[in-house]
Design a protein around this ligand. Structure first.
Ligand code: NAP
Length: 678
């Protein structure tokens, strides 16, 4: 690759900085691969453009429309992924490392899109939790809702995953309806710039939805408002500096940080060298130390084993580390490439020196490595380094200094509570892993270490084949950790979308709240005229459309028939004396499932039509027992709708079963799949 000057993308234009170019060097050859600068950009104009052009365009789309857009972005990136793989080795990464960054990043887009379309409404807002009844008659009620922030999301990313790091934030941001300004770390910004170029050239994004800064952020922070959010990944020192910016503090700008983390890995007390867990533990540590040359925020830095297994663990780790081939990332058989830059390597060397004041290096030499098809003068190659510390309670540095490279320290623990306390000495981590086959060990560790960790991976012989391992954050699970790890949270399925929205408690009459949210609330107006509700296509069902059925009496013969037919001969339905002795029942009563079946018999419209399937019941409660001779009737009301695809959508019906005295017998939400077209 000849060195090219990277471009910023601002207000729909690609622009070079007007001076102050910084050289970016190849991690392997040391040659300049790109120059970059953001000098001369009008950062205020960028922020205004995001807020006045990007935001309104995104907010004019529904959540599902935005989710489809994100899926299309993922498809566009997939089609041109080899262009990104071609740049990947310059960062020192092997193709396997690149897969995590490039295709792993894309998978976060696919996953965010699919989760949003399945779990969120095709609307502009999201309801949070059930309605709150806060008055006697129900005329004054509450409901929590999320709406899109009307500012911008500033994503400041670390150098280690230039594509994944951008996409895992971008997908949820766009789905939330918020425009993004992305600022990658300079040292690998050529990868991020190219990924942005692919997305822009796809023509999928509305104007202003995405802008890019390749260089410093200038005075952008001075222009942030309370509707903006900064989502930062990088070192604790930078996070501290940025989150204490006067404008961030004065305007309560949301600040999410993912930063340094001294992640731990624990070998359970049950997992001796004779168990499969021991081998899996050793394998996982090697993978975590060498993948991306250990430059992963989630990589294992602290290894804890029962004290009597220190020598066995050390021997097994060294045997495997000795087989790791370090060298040119795309050369045959190379398992570990280079660190991102010579200065990053120097940083790791300095950190290892600090760590080795409290621990002994038992494998590796930071001053030299025999790099395959490369040399370690020009390229930022480094040997994996294993340290051993026999007194972890005296070794404060091991729990506080992060060597962001292929470095980990082996330490003993006395018993499980000691192991938990040592893990927590990291003062908040993104992840820890536990290798055990004993559920009691899992319980103790969770209770003791849960609040100090964003994720706990419990790995053993039964799940290893399918396990995604210690160090892989998944789009459906939260990523982030308390304390030293930054106190932020990202991903976690649709939770990620909500981070870019505001939760508001709204109060009013059911009618006002139904009108505002497009979700029918108990007490809001209903319509009962016209055809049966099951005769309407998905798009034609009006919220509040109601059916009141005729009633049906339930006889003892019905109950006995149902018992015989279903095989459910529970005493409450079949034994008068035993049923009477039960505090819940006046005597023999109808089965709950019989009531549901009879209710369906009352409200269903049998002829073929737009209702394609019964998809399930939610929030089912049986409230009043039904005795032989009682009657039931049903009220069915269309509550909300969620489009699933171009063929059908999900309709949520509020169902109330009442008895002859008007008492509520059962209540639930019924879900049907309704055709879009006749
Ligand atoms: P860094 O030096 O803190 O940089 C992070 C980002 O902040 C880069 O984009 C950097 O841009 C930018 N930045 C630095 N100073 C800035 C300023 N004054 N104003 C605006 N932006 C500024 O961290 P790094 O060296 O890239 O990454 C390594 C660190 O990140 C490690 O400590 C690691 O633990 C942490 N990390 C954490 C996670 C996580 O998810 N928790 C993930 C990856 C990495 P420039 O490159 O242009 O300086």
């Amino acid at each position: 690759m000849s060195a090219r000057t990277l471009e910023n993308y601002t207000a729909q234009k690609w622009v070079k900085g007007d001076g102050g170019l910084v050289d970016i060097r190849c991690a392997v050859s040391g040659q300049t691969v790109a120059h970059t600068s953001s000098q001369g950009l009008d950062f205020k104009k960028m922020a205004d453009y995001a807020r006045t052009v990007g935001g309104p365009a995104l907010r004019a789309m529904t959540i599902h429309e935005r989710a489809y857009m994100v899926k299309d972005l993922a498809l566009a990136l997939s089609e041109r992924k080899e262009e990104l793989y071609a740049l990947n080795p310059h960062s020192g990464a092997t193709r396997r490392d690149g897969w995590v960054d490039i295709e792993g990043g894309n998978m976060t887009l696919f996953s965010a899109s699919s989760k949003a379309r399945r779990e969120l409404p095709d609307d502009y807002l999201i309801l949070d939790g059930p309605p709150e009844q806060i008055s006697k008659t129900g005329s004054w009620m509450g409901q929590h809702v999320y709406t899109s922030l009307q500012g911008l999301a500033l994503h400041i990313n670390a150098y280690n995953f230039p594509v994944w790091g951008m996409l895992e934030k971008l997908g949820p941001t766009l789905i939330a309806g918020v425009p993004a300004i992305v600022k990658p770390a300079t040292s690998t910004s050529y990868l991020c710039e190219h990924a942005v170029r692919i997305m822009v050239e796809s023509g999928i994004l509305p104007d202003g939805a995405l802008q890019l800064i390749v260089g410093r952020t200038g005075d952008l922070f001075d222009h942030l408002t309370g509707q903006d959010i900064v989502s930062f990944t990088g070192s604790a020192a930078t996070a501290y500096k940025l989150r204490s910016h006067p404008t961030v503090m004065a305007n309560s700008v949301r600040f999410v940080a993912e930063q340094d983390s001294l992640n731990a890995c624990v070998l359970g007390p049950d997992a001796g060298p004779e168990t499969p867990e021991f081998d899996l533990f050793i394998k996982e540590i090697i993978s975590e130390m060498t993948t991306k040359a250990g430059q992963k925020c989630t990589a294992i830095r602290r290894i804890f084993v029962p004290a009597n297994l220190m020598d066995a663990a050390q021997e097994a780790l060294i045997a495997r580390l000795a087989k790791i081939k370090v060298g040119k990332p795309d050369a045959d058989g190379v398992r570990m490439g280079a660190l991102v830059s010579l200065s990053q390597r120097q940083d790791v060397r300095d950190k290892v020196e600090i760590l080795s004041s409290q621990a002994k290096i038992v494998f590796g030499d930071t001053s030299y490595v025999d790099a395959f098809e490369a040399n370690d003068n020009d390229g930022a190659f480094l040997s994996p380094v294993l340290l051993r510390c026999d007194d972890p309670w005296a070794a404060t540095k091991i729990h506080s200094v992060e060597a962001f490279g292929p470095v980990a320290t082996l330490m003993p623990y006395k018993d499980l509570s000691d192991a938990v306390a040592l893990c927590n000495e990291g003062l908040g981590s993104l992840v820890m892993s536990l290798f055990t086959h004993d559920p009691q060990v899992a319980k103790t560790v969770l209770q003791g270490a849960g609040s100090f960790h964003g994720r706990i991976a419990m790995i053993n012989r039964d799940n290893f084949k399918e396990s995604t391992g210690h160090g892989s954050p998944l789009p459906v699970l939260v990523h982030g950790g308390p304390g030293r790890a930054g106190g932020g949270e990202e991903m976690g399925g649709v939770r990620a979308v909500k981070h870019y929205m505001q939760r508001t408690a709204i109060q009013g009459t059911p009618e006002l709240i139904a009108g505002a949210t497009n979700v029918w609330m108990k007490g809001a107006q209903i319509t009962q005229d016209g055809a049966h509700p099951f005769r309407f296509n998905f798009g034609d069902i009006k919220i509040g459309k109601t059916l009141n059925t005729k009633s049906r009496q339930i006889s003892l013969a019905d109950i006995e028939h149902f018992a015989e037919f279903s095989g459910d001969n529970f005493y409450a339905h079949m034994d008068e004396v035993a049923a009477k002795a039960n505090p819940f029942f006046p005597g023999r009563v109808a089965h709950g499932y019989l009531l549901l079946s009879f209710a369906a018999g009352l409200f269903v419209d049998p002829a073929p039509g737009p209702v394609l399937a019964n998809y399930g019941l939610d929030n089912l409660r049986f409230l009043t027992p039904v005795s032989p001779g009682d009657s039931i009737a049903v009220k069915l009301t269309a509550k909300s709708r969620k489009k699933r695809n171009d063929e059908y959508g999900e309709v949520r019906w509020d169902v109330e079963i009442t008895n002859q005295s008007g008492e509520l017998v059962a209540t639930y939400d019924l879900l049907t799949m309704n055709a879009i077209e006749p």
